[in-house]
Design a protein. Sequence first.
Lengths: 268, 241
Amino acid sequence: MNTLAGPRSISLAIRDVKDGLLNVPVWSMLAWQEVRQRYRRSMLGPFWLTISMGALVAGMGPLYGRLFGQDLGEYFPYLAIGIVVWQLMASLINDSTQVFIGAEQYIKQIRLPFTIHVMRMVWRNAIIFGHNLVIVLLVLIFFLPTWAWWAPLSILGMAAILINGVWIGLLFGLVCARFRDIAQIISSVVQIAFFFTPVMWKPEMLGRHQWAAQVNPLHHLLEVVRGPLLGARPSVTSWAVVVLITAAGFAFTTLLFSRYRARIAYWV
Amino acid sequence: MGYIRAKDVLVEFRIYGASSRSLKKTFIRAATGGVLAKDAADHPIVRALDHVSFEIREGERIGVTGHNGSGKTTLLRVIAGAYEPLSGALDIQGRVASMLSVGLGMDMEASGLENIYLRAAIMGLRRSEIDTLIDDVAAFAELGDYLEMPMRTYSSGMAMRLAFAVSTNVPADIVVMDEWLSVGDEEFSSKAQKRLRGTIDKARVLVLASHDLALLKSNCTRIIRLDHGQIVSDQPVSAYS
């Protein structure tokens, strides 16, 4: 058995990703079905998530604004958008660990590109995020932060997060299918990362230790969405980091996925 | 087009026990040094298909038989494309319909109609294709107004009928089936049998696994017998009479 991915397995892996991405009807249908299934028979459906997140934001805003001695008009939108976007990133990472384990029934019975299961997860989170965007809109309307013409860049930022969700899903899904306790490690790390990423606080508050935020890739992913909405100039550094992790993430995942793609069915 | 060729197909599973499938052990093993080579030997290996070779041509009806654990289901899953062989070559030409589990992907909270779309999409049909067969499926399943109701309100027989109706309505070159499907009450059952027969007759290749030799004899043209993951006999059905 060779230890490196050969050209054949790389092309099979790329075909898997391509076929998976293109099979929009199946993954979008499965994703919607999953969202609906969770909220079937409830009147507000997925908006319950929005409401609970809205309540969280509404409670935390004034509290942490006070604790950090911030001007609420400026801090509240910062925190609200931060939490909504963080929620998307965190659930993309956490759900990644289950993409293949959770699709065991499909994987063992029928030939589908593995990427379909990943896209199903990414799309499900995109749908939930779409509901939560209501909070962002409300906050923008009520607090009217400085509007800048580059605010729509934020949409590109959201797309960047979702695109990164694809390789994260493939990579973590694969690794977690083989080593079952990695999922636990990942969920702890995500929990801790919440406090170490400038969601509730601003990098400036660190004074001369701002590097701690700058070296955090999650900060940059968050910033490309939040920054433009709050009128901040598009950060070249953040975009550069985002492009870099997207490229590096896909490159590394391609290697690992090519090497082990065929094994997933044996592991789940 | 329906054609399958397998050459030296090997499928084996490493059994990662609840405790050995953990990072800790891999780490510890790596840290203690030199033991890594034992890694492969550490996990028991189950050889489900042991260098299996065969060729199935257009029009053939293959029965697969053997004791429990002889590799029948694994062979079907390989043909269905779920397991890629660890080594050996496998060439499958034609659209495969996996009827290993007819209810796969169905959602009890969704309506019957939604489930038809869901199930057919998973089996590889486009929306436009599904639209054309939906009336047929609905009529066959005899669910009437229930089609608009969530599937959880169905009796198990009704749910089975719906799953069966969709699965047998998907055009396929190669049909893969684990035991003969049978559903419903007596009246529906004979209708279902006719339907299943129709699907199979239309298919270019059938691969049917069963313990029931009589069933295989009456439905197949050739019988492959597996034992411990190896083909112990592969003969036309006439050799059995």
